[in-house]
Design a protein. Sequence first.
Length: 373
Amino acid sequence: MAKMLLERRNAGRYWNWDEMELRRAWAQNPSAIVPKHIAGKIPLVILDEIHKERRWKRSLKGVYDTLEHPCDFIVTGSARLSIYMKGSDSLLGRHYNFRMHPFSMREMATTDVPTPDRMLDNLFNKAFKTSRTAGGLLDDFMKYGPFPQPLLAQDERRARLWRRNREQLVIREDLRDLSRLPELGRIEMMTTLIPERVSSLFSMASLARDLETSIPTIKRWLMYLKDLYYLFEIKPYSRKVARSLLREGKVYLWDYAEIPDKAAKFENLVALHLFKMCNYWTDTGEGQFDLCFLRDKEKSEVDFLVTRDGYPWLPVEVKYSDMVPSKSFEKFLPMIGCRKALQLVHQPAWKIHEYSGGNILVAGAGEALSHMI
């Protein structure tokens, strides 16, 4: 994507830290990476994998602060980049952080990105016209996952090879470089157990028993897998919810194609779409959007709740085939004060059910997710 932006800018250069030329220039004079000024053009300099250099932020800040002419920089790389952004030498006021997700269903249909209010209005008014192949596209996402290589190749054998190579890269290379952990084999064993636990309350104690290790160790391993974009966790929303859970969360995978259970895989697909929507609107300044879920000690649950600036905004329930609105809506909606709620099913559907003070939309995921980001 960065190279496409460079081609569109038609001024600048792509650098990769694995190139000897960049390492030599960076050691001698980091400012040498900036191309010569061309009148009327602002160059774009792409620095890929530069976080492998320990003091990259300090050097880049020096380059940026001493520019004679305007220049834009894109710093990109593996998932480890987000960890290295947390160190010293702040780039405050000099950069924007953007979390890049794999493909979503809307991206396959249009480049138009709605604002939060427009998305909600379009969704309940069915204003965005999706293609007739939305159902088939949903099946492709379920079968191949959201990442470009397997999704676009449409080849099961290649998808399996890509998935195996990705796991090896995350565990054997990224995790090794990040943590220096000696227990990589046991972490690989943990990643084989996690897909079966997707969509249900995640018990670290149960996982610790299965792997014969301690809960603090499991917690540390999970933190590394989150940082490396192998999985993400959502927590229960407890504000204004009587007898809400406070601690137990749920985990979902960035690549959900390996999940064996169809219902859990479908829920993970929806979770990733909602998570992408929240990250995008937050990163582009629309507000602070977060993804949570609703559950109380009586085990009543709504699978997801999108919050906006800390307040409930859109509750979402996921049912693989149940077209009847979940009874949990009746319990939770008066507590959180939402006038609109969404229930997603796998098959084509679109019906609005009225309840006191609001509407519940039961919709097929193939069409409804195409209204989002």
